[in-house]
Design a protein around this ligand. Structure first.
Ligand SMILES: Nc1ncnc2c1ncn2[C@@H]1O[C@H](COP(=O)(O)OP(=O)(O)OP(=O)(O)O)[C@@H](O)[C@H]1O
Ligand SMILES: [Mg+2]
Length: 202
């Protein structure tokens, strides 16, 4: 069993989008559950209009419950979609994670906003992979390289990987329709999510 925590205290960076898409991707090979720890309930709202039953999305409103639920050995992958806040969920999820997925948008403000998260990750005395997902990339934009360099220079005491996810209409449209990019014809979108899933598998 692997616990994947998708988190960043910044809002709107793509946590829920990445969480539901990797959940669908990983559900092709094992049993997956997605815990929606965000009181906005975005993932759960999506689940309510979701077309297939490849995995369930379960709302969770208490970090202690999250700890108990993640001890159950029923699933191959447990994914936690965190709220955009430095809450108790934030710390609990970090402690539980085998793999931390951090979506980051393309701006200096987003990179600066990572410092408290990085401090907390460095304080946790446990090995886990850290995957930065440079999300909503505008293809061929000159600043992509600068953002990548800034991410590479973050002093984090864990094994880090940096992956790209482009700005694509298929993420917006699939979210609206209760599906994922795997239910669309968008090959490049599927490929970039598969790539992240592969890193999660190790
Ligand atoms: N790669 C992408 N291409 C296009 N749109 C995207 C992409 N990733 C996310 N979005 C859109 O950006 C918006 C914010 O994404 P999302 O809700 O996943 O972010 P979040 O980090 O979970 O937000 P919150 O902090 O409020 O929970 C949504 O409208 C989503 O559809
Ligand atoms: Mg969200």
């Amino acid at each position: 069993m692997k616990i994947i925590s998708v988190q960043n205290s910044k809002g709107g960076v793509g946590k829920t989008t990445i969480a539901i898409n990797i959940a669908k991707c990983l559900s092709k090979e094992g049993k997956v559950i997605l815990y929606d720890a965000d009181p906005q309930r975005t993932a759960y709202d999506w689940y309510c209009i979701k077309k297939d039953k490849a995995f369930d999305v379960v709302p969770i409103d208490n970090p202690k419950t999250l700890e108990t639920e993640t001890k159950k050995d029923e699933f191959n992958y447990i994914i936690i979609d965190n709220p955009p806040a430095m809450s108790q969920f934030f710390i609990t999820s970090l402690k539980l994670a085998d793999c931390l997925v951090i979506p980051v948008a393309s701006s200096a403000f987003d990179i600066w906003g990572l410092s408290s998260l990085v401090d907390m990750v460095n304080m946790i005395n446990k090995d886990f992979d850290v995957l930065f997902v440079h999300n909503k990339i505008i293809r061929n934009a000159k600043m992509n390289g600068e953002i990548k360099e800034a991410l590479e220079s973050i002093e984090i005491k864990k094994d880090i990987k940096i992956m790209d996810v482009a700005f694509r209409q298929s993420y917006l449209k699939s979210a609206m329709n209760g599906i994922t990019v795997f239910d669309t014809e968008d090959g490049p979108a599927k490929a970039e999510i598969e790539f992240i899933a592969n890193k999660i598998r190790g």
